[in-house]
Write a protein that binds this ligand. Sequence first.
Ligand code: TYM
Length: 334
Amino acid sequence: MLDGKKSLFSGMQATNTLTLGNYMGALRNWVDFEDEYETFYCVVDMHSITVRQDPAELRRRARALLTLYIAAGLNPEKNCIYYQSHVSAHAELSWILNCFTYMGELNRMTQFKDKSAKHTDNINSGLYTYPVLMAADILLFQSDIVPVGVDQKQHIEITRDIAERFNTIYGDVFTIPEPYLGKQGAKIMSLQEPEKKMSKSDENANATIFLMDDPDTIIRKFKRAVTDSDNTIRSTEEKPGIKSLIEIYCIATGKTIAETEKEFSSAGYGDFKLAVGESVVSMLKPIQDEFHRLEKEKDYIDGIIKGNAEKANYYATKTLRKVQKKVGFPERIR
Ligand code: TYM
């Protein structure tokens, strides 16, 4: 809770190559909360440097992601959209929380295991303590809910554990956050291996739809989507490829599973895949157009970056000061 209003935080890694998974699992849901919650949507550029980045490219991508948040429908007057690196309280709280997090807890994080297996030449301690920075992100804003996809659930759980541990020692300092998973889309699957989640780092170019893919590329990837040798369009566990395509189609069109199964009851896989591709093209077109329009509005975007960072700083510093006092840091002399 912030000033008597419910609060929400979420963020994404700084990249402009968001996937359909990022959109359907997270960003799409974010627009629903702006009236009821004080919302903070962060471009988590500090998390991004846990793997090597080209500086100019990171800067470009961070700006593109911030622009994309707005293009996808987040009103920057109502939602606080900002860069993590512009609010130094993230790093400061993260240090304090590091001292309340056990290595045993961090050792269990599946994302650390996956990422360190992928980047064997650079298993840095930032990658290891990544969940602590994430806990700081969330707790700085006294967040009640954190809308994310399934893969981030474990990080919300450790955030809760850290917050509860801190509250047990120092009293009610942090709101304990709940993950918020959408009813649909919380785990969008790879188009090539439908047992695996869609990921931006997949080596197979056909496995992932990117938000900025052009219509022909989107249609081509859906046409090549891996399915099965049966030819009925039904959403069952035995048909993971078709199940996943049905889910994507339902989200893109707003139809139910039953309506979709009925609509395609006499269709073949080829026609269905084409329809799914077309539905995604129509869903993404307005976002892509708005992104290209906003990209040119330099002063407008700069104004948002500045104004929202001030707002985020205000709330974040408030929590940080409270925490610093609790742990025993000397008070500032004014
Ligand atoms: P990131 O950038 O990997 O992903 C951003 C969001 O997209 C969701 N997502 C998916 N949802 C459904 N299906 C998929 N295939 C899929 N792939 C990704 C993720 O669950 C996430 O919600 N550590 C975070 C960023 C972060 C954060 C935070 C999030 C930093 N601090 C505080 C919430 C709160 C990450 O790397 O997300």
